[in-house]
Design a protein around this ligand. Structure first.
Ligand code: GDD
Ligand code: MG
Length: 346
């Protein structure tokens, strides 16, 4: 089976983390987010993936490559964003059988194989995965009938519109049949959620509801951090997750508290503590007498001596001068440099 994954967005809500890399490449426990999505697709029998790219496609292609664990990876590009609908239309030539289409920023263990069975039983033209979320107005809200048919699709309704209701939201995973995009024109900008889904209603459009699954849209820094922590705590299983990679070195009196994850080649100075829920990328250098806790450091981050780094995200190559304190949900973009004695709290 083939999957088309939408990865063309600019990731504006994840800035500054997405200023230098597309969201699909943002590291989650030291691997590109896309690898976790590809693992999930593979575990449900997907063998070919088409990445629908627009923002920073060169980086995407370089990091993800043409194959992954035996899956074939193809790319399709837009010169300017066609929106979530226009992008799927552009990939239409790849839809020559039952095809999975999904957002490229979703971490989930939902049972795609079961969804496929549901799709076949219902003889759906389009099936949409639905789940529940605490803040429905950040998502597409979907009402279904007793037989699962979609009755209403409302993208990001105002909080008043959804107040007090238990509603299912669009989990960003669809299964579609060839021919379903005939109503769209090539090269036109469409939002699949606003312009297309409402048109599918009444024409073989069914919602597949999953409860008690892991599901997270990694579109904001807070959700990104939550997903990394959930993985460290085992709420979302990632194979091959290591507490420490190759050639990680600890100076005398320093230690790492689990759950945490340290990338290969990282060096931690004497008497420093890497506290729980921390992720350190590859080749980071942590000075002496530091505390790093509940922090996410990408590759090649350098922290001077006597620093406190907590509850923050530091992108690749960030340099923090000695005796600094970076705390309270600070997010620093790639290559940021802080002078010694800096105090930073978001
Ligand atoms: N190729 C391409 N072109 N991809 C795009 C474009 C585009 O113009 N615009 C967005 N994308 C990609 C993004 O990279 C992302 O992977 C996916 O489409 C969804 O875009 P988001 O910007 O992350 O949307 P959202 O999170 O606000 O809302 C969507 O996802 C929710 C579930 O996470 C909607 O589908 C909601 O209905 C849904 O509930
Ligand atoms: Mg999203």
């Amino acid at each position: 089976m083939r999957a088309i994954v939408l990865v063309g967005g600019e990731g504006t809500r994840l800035r500054p983390l997405t200023l230098c890399v597309p969201k699909a490449v943002v590291p989650v426990v030291n691997r590109p987010m896309m690898f976790l999505i590809l693992n999930w697709l593979k575990s449900h029998g997907v063998s070919e993936v088409v990445l629908s790219a627009c923002y920073k496609p060169d980086i995407l292609r370089k990091v993800i490559g043409r194959t992954y664990r035996g899956m074939k990876i193809d790319y399709i590009y837009e010169e300017s964003p066609l929106g979530t609908g226009g992008a799927v239309k552009r990939a239409e030539k790849y839809i020559n059988g039952t095809t999975v289409v999904m957002n490229g920023d979703i971490l989930t263990d939902l049972d795609l194989s079961k969804m496929l069975k549901f799709h076949r039983q219902k003889k759906s033209r389009v099936s949409i995965a639905l789940t529940q979320a605490s803040n429905p107005s950040s998502y597409g809200v979907v009402e279904t009938g007793r037989d699962g048919s979609v009755l209403r699709f409302l993208e990001k309704p105002s909080p008043e519109e959804v107040a007090g209701k238990v509603l299912n939201i669009n989990a960003g995973v669809y299964i579609i049949e060839p021919g379903t995009l005939d109503l769209m024109k090539d090269g036109k900008v469409y939002s699949i959620e606003r312009d297309i889904f409402p048109k599918f209603i009444g024409d073989g459009f069914y919602g597949f509801v999953s409860r008690n699954i892991y599901w997270m849209d990694l579109g904001t820094a807070a959700k990104y951090v939550k997903a990394c922590r959930d993985i460290l705590e085992g709420a979302y299983k990632v194979k091959g997750l290591e507490a420490a990679g190759k050639n990680v070195k600890f100076g005398g009196g320093s230690r790492a508290v689990r759950p945490s994850c340290i990338g290969s080649g990282t060096v931690v100075g004497g008497n420093s503590r890497i506290g729980e829920l921390s992720v350190l990328g590859k080749n980071c250098v942590i000075g002496k007498n530091c505390v790093v806790e509940r922090a996410i450091l990408w590759d090649n981050v350098t922290i001077g001596d006597n620093c406190v780094i907590s509850d923050c995200v530091l992108a690749g190559g960030v340099k923090v001068g000695a005796s600094s304190s970076v705390t309270g949900e600070t997010v620093l973009g790639e290559g940021s440099v802080l002078a010694p004695y800096s105090r930073l709290r978001a």
